[in-house]
Ligand binder design. Structure first.
Ligand SMILES: NC(=O)c1ccc[n+]([C@@H]2O[C@H](COP(=O)([O-])OP(=O)(O)OC[C@H]3O[C@@H](n4cnc5c(N)ncnc54)[C@H](OP(=O)(O)O)[C@@H]3O)[C@@H](O)[C@H]2O)c1
Length: 328
């Protein structure tokens, strides 16, 4: 099968699409034919060697956490999954490939009305958003500030907070302001003077702050008078020691229950996951170039034989020739 690999830490050009052995399902494991696999900035940081102390890579390294796809093989002792089931899951540095193998409890069922590229790009951002909101004790009626509100995590944090009855102020560049307004978020331009601009729109003050960008945003929260225990950063980890704020993220909330709840909200159109671009596996470098440019609206995704929207998949779900080709 084809898989994204890198042989050493470095820039985007270290990424290669190689032919490697297809994984097999050991006891308790499931092999999934990947249809879509999202990109995350943390993967770029790992590849660049920036997270070596916390998450060392061994080489050759695979890449990718998020995925959605079709069950291809089920290992001994696995109950509940069968070949051809449509699933969403999370993997350890291996989902950017045609097939991925994971423990059976790292999968949940994919609702049929969710597009592959959406289903395949929420396993990191969704649980991270849940964890961050829980950490700041988000409560109906509160005013919450979210930095990088239009990004992969920020756009989910913002919508979940609006859904929970919070007033949400989100920082973003001007080009994302109408989009954020359409989600019920009050947009504020980031950059110099941002604290003043937030104060201008936060008529009853700010109760909680979720930082999805770093670079001083935790300090902005403190300047706005938010108590440290109601500030959560998903990226400025040193701020925990500096200021006693929280840094909860995917590690605290990546569970089948959270992922299922999130997929339910998407299936019911209560929240949306904007897709900024879908790239074929072979164009993984271009995909990371766009991601690392730092202005994603929602997600960039690798699409394998995608298949833009579920309506176009009818034949596949019915088990036509096209479907069996893709599952084998
Ligand atoms: N701890 C965890 O578990 C965890 C999990 C997931 C991600 N993360 C980390 O959290 C961060 C966000 O991840 P992500 O996936 O949401 O990233 P992302 O999708 O790449 O975020 C892009 C967003 O950043 C915004 N942005 C750019 N410059 C900004 C600035 N100066 N101030 C405020 N916002 C700015 C952009 O807005 P404009 O386009 O409007 O400029 C864009 O919407 C990354 O550092 C990632 O590694 C941590």
């Amino acid at each position: 099968m084809k898989a994204v690999r890198f042989e050493k830490y470095g820039d985007i050009d270290e990424l290669r699409v190689e032919q490697i052995a297809k994984p097999q399902a050991g006891p308790g494991q499931v092999v999934v034919a990947v249809k879509a696999a999202g990109l995350n900035p943390g993967e770029a940081a790992i590849r660049a060697g920036l997270l070596h102390d916390a998450f060392p890579a061994s080489f050759p390294s695979g890449q990718g956490t998020d995925f959605a796809g079709i069950v291809d093989e089920v290992g001994d002792g696995v109950d509940g999954w069968s070949r051809d089931d449509e699933v969403v899951g999370w993997a350890t540095r291996s989902s950017h490939a045609e097939f991925v193998v994971v423990p059976a409890d790292q999968l949940v069922r994919k609702p049929s009305n969710i597009a592959w590229e959406v289903a395949g790009s929420i396993s990191v951002t969704g649980p991270t958003a849940f964890a961050a909101l829980r950490a700041v004790q988000a409560t109906e009626g509160d005013t919450l500030v979210v930095s990088a509100a239009a990004g992969g995590v920020g756009v989910l944090v913002s919508q979940l907070a609006v859904l929970g009855g919070l007033t949400v102020i989100g920082t973003a560049s001007e080009q994302n302001h109408d989009f954020l307004r359409s989600l019920g978020v009050i947009p504020v331009e980031y950059g110099e003077g941002v604290v003043g601009r937030i104060r201008d729109v936060a008529t009853t003050g700010v109760d909680a702050f979720i930082d999805c960008y770093g670079h001083g945003n935790v300090e902005y929260g403190l300047e706005l008078g938010v108590a440290p225990h109601r500030i959560n950063t998903i990226t400025d980890f040193d701020a925990v020691e500096r200021h006693g704020v929280k840094a909860e993220g995917s590690a605290q909330a990546t569970t089948q229950a959270v992922l299922t709840e999130l997929l339910g909200l998407i299936a019911e159109a209560k929240i949306t996951v904007p897709i900024d671009g879908v790239f074929p596996l072979d164009e993984v470098r271009d995909a990371y170039r766009d991601l690392e440019d730092g202005h994603a609206r929602g997600k960039y995704v690798l699409g394998l034989d995608v298949v833009a929207y579920p309506g176009e998949n009818e034949g596949e779900r019915a088990g036509t020739d096209e479907g069996s080709e893709q599952a084998t």
